[in-house]
Design a protein around this ligand. Structure first.
Ligand code: CA
Length: 229
């Protein structure tokens, strides 16, 4: 069952959407303002977010921007009372996937949600499809947890495999430390971002020709890291 998070401060709309999505077979989470909505995304990991633009505390745009800057790619449909082109463009630039202008038909919103979930599923399958990678003299098989360099076995821990696979599936994308913590460690055990840096140092010592001048696990100052094959 897919989980939809609805972030909307107007009670009648929130309750109306909850009923409609429940009836359509979704599990529904609700938030009344931006900050609690943002937290719910991190804690409950919904499959999709219906995000109102005008929200108290943290606006829908700010929530969207914050999530994307942390490499959180949960699909977002923005709800807005404004229908000017400028607002649409700003929203989409900040990483929303789709747009619905109030007043909207619930049927239309439901069908947009369905379509977006389908699009996202295809993307995820592609991401999970990365099984092996070869670069320089390094060969890694993520399905067998095997790695070698110049024909010799490379000792790597499960966590190191997990981190590297996350990078490889998102090649060339900048990954924040927070996104890595979320993906690799989850939110139950929450090590510090320093832990991530230590793992990157270890990984570099294994896969880089010159760990001091990395060519594959590259630091993006102030943001995080990215992998380049
Ligand atoms: Ca509102």
């Amino acid at each position: 069952m897919k989980t939809i998070l609805i972030v909307e401060d107007e009670e009648p709309i929130r309750q109306g959407l909850r009923d409609a999505f429940k009836e359509d077979g979704y599990q529904v989470l609700l938030a009344k303002e931006g900050l609690s909505g943002y937290r719910a995304v991190l804690e409950k990991k919904p499959d999709l977010i219906i995000l109102d633009l005008m929200l108290p505390e943290l606006s829908g745009l700010e929530v969207c921007k914050k999530l994307r800057s942390e490499s959180n790619q949960t699909p977002i449909i923005m709800l807005t009372a404004k229908s000017t082109e400028a607002d649409k463009i700003i929203g989409l630039e900040l990483g929303a996937d789709d747009y619905v202008t109030k007043p909207f038909s619930v049927r239309e919103l439901l069908s947009r949600v369905k379509a977006l979930l389908r699009r996202t599923e295809n993307k995820t399958e592609k991401h999970e499809g990365v099984k092996k990678i070869v670069f320089d003299d390094v060969k890694i098989d993520f399905t067998k947890f095997k790695a070698e360099r110049a024909g010799k076995k490379l000792e790597m821990s499960k966590t190191e495999f997990k981190i590297l696979r996350f990078f490889v599936t998102r090649s060339e994308e900048v990954i924040s430390r927070e996104a890595l913590l979320d993906e690799v460690w989850g939110y139950e055990e929450y090590p510090t971002t320093r832990t991530v840096d230590n793992f990157i140092v270890k990984l570099r010592s294994k896969i880089e020709k010159n760990p001091k001048i990395p060519a594959h696990l590259i630091t993006i100052y102030g943001v995080g890291y990215k992998f380049v094959a």
